[in-house]
Design a protein around this ligand. Sequence first.
Ligand SMILES: Nc1ncnc2c1ncn2[C@@H]1O[C@H](COP(=O)(O)OP(=O)(O)OP(=O)(O)O)[C@@H](O)[C@H]1O
Ligand SMILES: [Mg+2]
Length: 254
Amino acid sequence: MSADGVLRIENVGMRFGGLWALKGVSFEVRPGSIVGLIGPNGSGKTTLMNVISGVVKPAEGEVAYAGRTIADVPTHDVCRLGIARTFQVVKPFAGLTVRENVAVGAMYGRDGATLSTAACFDRAQALLEEVGLARVAERPASDLTIPDRKRLEVAKALALDPSLLLLDEVMAGLNASEVDEALHLLRAVNARGVTLIVVEHLMKAIMSISTSIVVLAEGKKIAEGLPAEIVASPAVVEAYLGARYAARQGRGRT
Ligand SMILES: Nc1ncnc2c1ncn2[C@@H]1O[C@H](COP(=O)(O)OP(=O)(O)OP(=O)(O)O)[C@@H](O)[C@H]1O
Ligand SMILES: [Mg+2]
């Protein structure tokens, strides 16, 4: 099989002092899929995002995207491979306007070197409309509410024109209708051919959007499968979902 577009995570281990934040984690993400990455607080989800996006190098194992090992690639070049990510703790350029923040993303994206400044601003404007931020395009990013900062993170990442997008809790703090809008947006992005890895604690959202789910607990992968398999997994219920969630789904054990 061709390695085109496949993300391969092989036996990844990452330690902070004496703590293994990740240990022996392996799975594959097929192009076009939406993989939900779930697990309790501190289970290693953000650390794995950091490893995949090249922000940190794993102590053990390997990550390869489209046949290329990420560890060889300087962090600032990982996005040129087509990988973009959002940050759980959002980091806009506070002194720039919302539109400028997104335009900077376009300038540093895969085709940024070939785009004119005007083209970068055009792309930024289109993305702001898509994520629902056109109304605050001229405001400094530091003025935004938390939900709007999450939207800005998504727009900045999309401006890089990724083929693989890593989303770290972009729906946290949104109300129910805003979550529905976010899901609609992510499905539209995926329909354009962008592979997604979605970290989220909102189970209803993650179960509805994911084509498959990987579950971490204490840095280890404890389950992988279809959403329906995951909610019925006794190990996942025990480590994360809890019996009440599983019972609500009508499949679990109480
Ligand atoms: N830079 C760091 N230095 C030391 N320990 C760290 C660092 N980053 C993460 N850790 C530890 O690694 C473990 C995994 O953290 P991580 O942030 O990846 O979890 P998470 O699954 O994203 O949690 P949450 O759901 O709360 O966001 C935790 O025990 C955390 O305290
Ligand atoms: Mg996290």
